[in-house]
Ligand binder design. Sequence first.
Ligand code: AMP
Ligand code: MN
Ligand code: MN
Ligand code: MN
Length: 288
Amino acid sequence: MGRMSANYDLHSHSLASDGTLAPAELVAAAHAGGVDVLALTDHDTTDGIAEAIQSARRLGLQLVPGVEISVSWQSQTIHVLGLGIDPACAELQAGLSGLREFRRWRAREIGRRLAKAGIPGCYEGACRQAQGRIVGRTHFAHHLVAEGHVRSVRDVFKRYLVNNKPGFVSGKWATLEDALGWIEHAGGLAVVAHPARYRMTATKLRRFLDDFRACGGVGMEVISGSHTRDNVATMAALCRNQDMLASCGSDYHGPENPWIKLGQLPALPAGCPPVWESERWPVAELTN
Ligand code: AMP
Ligand code: MN
Ligand code: MN
Ligand code: MN
């Protein structure tokens, strides 16, 4: 059985943030998995995009330049994807650079707190994991697992890196207005990443989507590697009721996550208009 339409994956990570494949390796893996259109959406950086575009050109895959921006909304961290952004946009780069500065401060602070909790050397370990790139919580998790302190990345988050745990530092990320402004300046389309992951009540999520749209946001991930089947059904209903465009992305971080594979996303549910069929989809920029 062939697919009726192209295979889209509009959310993925490389070594430029907390993925484990180099951008060229990620593109090759996506191509091998049958992906036709891949968005590289690293956290708060576009550093991997040039390499990804080169590799995509060689393989005949369409690479959508993207970014996953960390946003603070009502003291919650929300991830917003900018799809089809121009990485050369100065407003976007100035904004992302501020977020990376916060990340540098936060990484030291996480290290200090874990040391106080009896585990020294984590800042240095996380820096080694990040190989000189921006340090995120995933790098702390990889370090603690590699050192044998904790069995799995998931357990590190649960025991150390989330709210009310010893290594938690609350986020001071971009405002929704700012993040969507940068995306707009960069010619991109704003999409809420994995909306079912925020543990918001239905009412709060609807209020968030109202704010999101008021700031120029147009889409939400209905299909996500981190959504259960129930999540997909709930988000599909929300997408239809709130007149949003629908996106799908694996949120792939590398092959060590065996439950998220490239090229295997289910189709968007009926009645959810795909972002890539919107007239606002920045197609012109995307012809490699
Ligand atoms: P940061 O942006 O540095 O705060 O880290 C957020 C990233 O950590 C997410 O994009 C995921 O890659 C990862 N992450 C968050 N929560 C978990 C979890 N419970 N288990 C595994 N990875 C997680
Ligand atoms: Mn991540
Ligand atoms: Mn995310
Ligand atoms: Mn992601």
